[in-house]
Design a protein around this ligand. Structure first.
Ligand code: FNR
Length: 185
């Protein structure tokens, strides 16, 4: 049976490297896996429990539905100040308040890209921590931390050109597919 993964992007920047990685995924998906992007987290308001009491914002509800319907989630995000970008954390905070909570039991893979050497590794472990509380099943390995990403993405076309990275992304999605199928059965 085929699987459907959705991607959640942690950068709002137009020329985002992480967006370039996320855009590459549909073409790199292994046999039997379809990948499509979720809506932007740009339109999520700042989390406020008083606002939540009046009703969840439409973009939050829409994303939650798409995540709930998907077989797996791939979070592609930059690292900010050794951690998760505030906008992404804000989106996770909103999603976490829904019932049913859409990340519970969901297979999740994390990908980070950075022009630096470490490739966003430190953000990954903060993100994992929040996902533990949400009871998601975060893929252990392989970990996709794309360091020196400016050399792997064409600055004009914003296309992920690095062959090794492309192959690695396919491998991680294959591992996520194995996890998703295991959890399904
Ligand atoms: C950064 N950047 C960064 N990079 C990194 O590897 N570790 C870090 O802790 C940080 N911290 C950080 C904080 C803030 C506020 C900004 C704006 C940037 C650099 C970051 O990796 C770079 O700007 C990427 O290009 C951001 O990803 P997108 O937007 O290109 O996907």
């Amino acid at each position: 049976t085929s699987l459907h993964f959705v991607t959640l992007l942690g950068s709002l920047r137009k020329a985002s490297f992480n967006a370039a990685v996320a855009r590459a995924l549909p073409d790199l998906a292994p046999e039997g896996v379809m990948v499509s992007p979720l809506g932007s987290i740009r339109d999520f308001p700042h989390y406020d429990a008083d606002e939540q009491d009046k009703g969840f914002p439409a973009p939050v509800l829409q994303m939650a539905e798409q995540i709930a319907a998907a077989d797996g989630l791939i979070i592609v995000t930059p690292e900010y100040n050794y951690s998760v970008p505030g906008t992404l954390k804000n989106a996770i905070d909103w999603l976490s308040r829904l019932s049913p909570q859409p990340l519970a039991g969901k297979p999740v893979a994390i990908q980070t890209a950075s022009p630096g050497m470490i490739g966003g590794a430190r953000a990954q472990y903060h993100l994992r921590q929040s996902l533990v509380f949400l009871d998601a099943f975060v893929l252990n390995r392989p970990e996709v931390m794309i360091g020196q990403c400016a050399q792997k993405i064409n600055p004009d076309t914003l296309e992920l050109t690095d062959a090794g990275t492309r192959e690695f992304l396919t491998r991680q999605m294959g591992a996520l597919a194995v996890l998703a199928r295991k959890l399904r059965s």
